[in-house]
Design a protein around this ligand. Structure first.
Ligand code: C5P
Length: 314
């Protein structure tokens, strides 16, 4: 005789893992009618992960812990994972709720898309938990409504983003790139960094091109990714938000120099910062860079990319 239990015992609690990202190229164009900037970016998903466990519940709640400082993460309705769950419920007519437990491994407010990864993970987890069976295209549509980086966290790997960064096309990438990330307690607000870039451009500084043309990913970046060539990628790394992040946090300039002196091929601000990303020649070089940066008092993490997007963990 079978014992009584949930109809779908495997779905009582769903575990989803989603990656953080680094923009190996980010050109920021004009401000569009919706207030967002037109972008051309190349994303790489990296092996710092957000884990989300979804459990059926009558209402919506979230708890957060992790290997990084989580004190800045809201656990009320501003939480992006919770907003993702509510959006999915309202779109599908699901009447119940969910408890989301988030274990963060991506630095908070660091420019690595940790909040976006939470939202992508919550969409995938609730879709499985509630058996709502949305198509990938439908999930991507909801993801884009939650934030410009959420579709990429869902997709993972390596991709080109245009529009707000949420219109994705795949990019061929070979091999594995080794990174060291230096996290930072003083998180930067993404809107503030974009606003600083606008102000910087208005001040007619000469160290960055004005936003006149339609942004486009540098072919050198695509070649380097396709060839799996870290040296070539290091030479082509570009992030237009870097100058703005450095205006707000001048100490990031010295930090990038420090990582390069420690043996990284190149350092760059990750997304809107203040996390700094150091591309290394191989895993051995990355270990040396991480040890050197840790020894001088930084919180340095190793990771590799590309890795897959939000996935159910059996
Ligand atoms: O979409 P998301 O909520 O991640 O964006 C955060 C903020 O970053 C936006 O409110 C906007 O100020 C800025 N942003 C932008 N252009 C983009 C992406 C983000 O101006 N393409």
């Amino acid at each position: 005789m079978s014992t009584a239990g949930p109809l779908r015992p495997d779905a009582a609690r769903v575990h989803v893992r989603a990656p953080g990202k680094v923009n190996v190229f980010l050109e920021v164009g004009r401000v569009m009618d919706d207030g967002y900037h037109e972008l051309a970016t190349a994303f790489q998903a990296v092996s710092l992960f957000e884990d989300v466990w979804a459990t059926a519940s009558d209402d919506f709640s979230v708890s957060v812990h992790g290997s990084v400082d989580t004190s800045g993460v809201p656990i009320d309705d501003r939480n992006l994972a919770l907003r993702a769950a509510r959006l999915l419920a309202s779109k599908t007519g699901y009447k119940g709720g969910v408890h989301l437990e988030i274990r963060k491994g991506v630095p908070v407010a660091g420019g690595m898309g940790g909040g976006s990864a939470d939202a992508a993970a919550a969409l995938v987890a609730c879709d499985a938990l509630w058996d709502t069976r949305l198509t990938t295209t439908q999930l991507q549509g909801l993801a884009a409504r939650l934030g410009a980086d959420v579709p990429f966290a869902l997709q993972g790997g390596t991709a080109i983003g245009t529009g707000r960064g949420d219109e994705l096309s795949p990019a061929l990438a070979r091999g594995r790139f080794e990174w060291v990330f230096v996290t930072d307690g003083g998180g930067l607000s993404t809107p503030q960094v974009y606003a600083e870039l606008d102000a910087h451009r208005e001040r007619a500084q000469t160290d960055i091109a004005p936003a006149v043309r339609q942004p486009v990913v540098d072919p050198d970046v695509l070649h380097a990714l396709r060839a799996g060539d870290p040296l070539r990628l290091a030479a082509a790394l570009r992030n237009d938000l870097q100058v703005a992040a450095q205006n707000l946090r001048p100490d990031l300039v010295a930090r990038i120099e420090e990582g390069e002196r420690a043996g990284a091929l190149a350092g760059i601000v990750s997304g809107s910062g203040p996390t700094t990303a150091f591309l290394c020649a191989d895993a051995e070089a990355a270990l040396d860079v991480r040890v050197a940066l840790s020894a001088s008092g930084h919180v340095a993490l190793s990771a590799h990319g590309p890795v897959p997007g939000a996935r159910v963990i059996p």
